[in-house]
Design a protein around this ligand. Structure first.
Ligand SMILES: [Cu+2]
Length: 101
């Protein structure tokens, strides 16, 4: 077994570790990338601001974040099943659809 075999094995079995997966959403060009994501109940999304300006995101009824500067991260857990729209106070066209199973 080469030293590379174990990481490759873990990657190829990623589905088995879904409950522990880190779900990263980047904010870039006034967009969420990807623009939609499906996660399991109790999992979290980490939002990384890769733009050169502030974002301030929220989901009605779930959370309402502080302003996040370029390079900052925000992690939010989703504890209810359903479909949620993540929006940005500063850029109303930004939208991420989160499906929580
Ligand atoms: Cu924004």
């Amino acid at each position: 077994m080469t030293r590379y075999a174990l990481p490759l094995l873990l990657l190829s079995c990623g589905g088995a570790f879904a409950a522990d997966a880190a779900h990263t959403i980047t904010q870039s060009g006034r967009m969420f990338r990807p623009g939609e994501v499906t996660i399991s109940r109790g999992e979290a999304l980490t939002f990384t601001n890769k733009d050169t300006f502030i974002h301030q995101i929220y989901v009605n009824g779930l959370f309402d974040s502080e302003e996040k500067s370029p390079g900052e991260n925000l992690t939010e857990s989703f504890t209810q099943s359903g479909t949620f729209d993540v929006r940005c106070h500063i850029h109303p066209k930004m939208k991420l659809v989160v499906r929580v199973k």
